[in-house]
Ligand binder design. Structure first.
Ligand SMILES: NC(=O)C1=CN([C@@H]2O[C@H](COP(=O)(O)OP(=O)(O)OC[C@H]3O[C@@H](n4cnc5c(N)ncnc54)[C@H](O)[C@@H]3O)[C@@H](O)[C@H]2O)C=CC1
Ligand SMILES: O=C(O)C(=O)C[C@H](O)C(=O)CO
Length: 251
């Protein structure tokens, strides 16, 4: 009997797949059987090579998602190169840290455009394809700051709260079309995104002290949730924001 977590024959489009959480998720999906379109402004050679070592088809799709200009092409190129778009993981994202009193319009626009505007329009482009093929799975990468305020990251918090809201409205609109839209809210994960926090001894200790699991997360920790939300095991899960945070929100 085939496992409900089996992704064989599905094509997963993963943005920001060259590093960090995007790479961790792309490789977990590949291990579960999916072929991978690794999307990003930075070439994802390592991710593509590792997915191929696992026996999957994997291709790079070059795109700078700070504007919505490339989103339709991203989905078209994935379909052209790999024959479909069954799973979309909206992972690419940035952060800018500054006090709200000093925050600039550029710091606002850069983060909100990449983390929220491009996410919406990529969901739209993928869903247009998924409607034609009879369904699909969309996973947006949210954050603990989809639920909490955070410190000195106003545009990031706004964007990630927006991602949680978008996940719910799109799930609401598209569930009847066979498209599940859900989100993963990673906790504090050791990647480039959090390097500045880990370089600050006081902040790093404060963060670690409130993680019940007693460690920073690893990109690989996101793999199980991603496979679940990409697979038929989650067919009745819609509009959910799943925290994978070592217990942070429970404290
Ligand atoms: N590290 C953490 O603790 C957490 C991270 N996240 C989110 O996870 C996602 C991945 O971040 P990390 O792996 O942590 O950091 P990272 O900095 O290693 O990865 C970010 C990825 O996004 C890509 N990217 C950024 N701007 C882009 C653009 N304009 N066009 C195309 N690709 C672009 C980068 O190339 C990279 O692949 C982000 O959305 C981030 O907000 C969410 C919660 C916690
Ligand atoms: O609070 C910060 O500063 C962060 O870097 C937040 C993390 O990126 C994050 O999203 C935690 O879930």
């Amino acid at each position: 009997m085939t496992s409900p977590f089996d992704l064989s024959g599905r094509v997963a489009v993963v943005t920001g797949a060259n590093t960090g959480i995007g790479q961790g998720i792309a490789l977990a999906l590949a291990e579960a059987g999916a072929d991978i379109a690794a999307v990003g402004r930075t070439p994802a050679e390592e991710t593509v090579a590792k997915a191929r070592e696992l026996g999957r088809r994997a291709e790079m799709v070059s795109a700078d998602l700070s504007t919505i200009e490339p989103v339709a092409r991203v989905v078209d190129e994935a379909v052209e190169k790999l024959g479909g778009c069954d799973i979309l993981v909206n992972n690419a994202g940035i952060i800018r840290r500054n006090d709200s009193l000093d925050f600039t319009e550029e710091d606002w626009d850069a983060v909100v455009d990449t983390n929220m505007k491009s996410v919406f329009f990529l969901c739209q482009a993928a869903a247009r394809h998924m409607v034609k093929q009879g369904g699909g799975k969309i996973i947006n990468i949210a954050s603990l700051l989809s639920f909490q305020g955070g410190i000195r990251v106003p545009s990031y918090t706004a964007s990630k709260s927006g991602v949680a809201g978008l996940t719910k409205i799109l799930a609401n609109e598209w569930a009847a079309k066979g498209i599940n839209v859900n989100a993963i809210a990673p906790g504090y994960i050791a990647t480039n995104n959090t390097q500045a926090l880990r370089d600050d001894a006081d902040r790093s200790k404060a963060i670690l002290d409130r993680i019940p699991a007693g460690r920073w997360g690893d990109p690989k920790d996101m793999g199980g949730a991603a496979v679940f939300l990409a697979s038929s095991a989650s067919d009745y899960v819609d509009g959910h924001v799943l925290a994978v945070d070592g217990g942070w929100l429970a404290r």
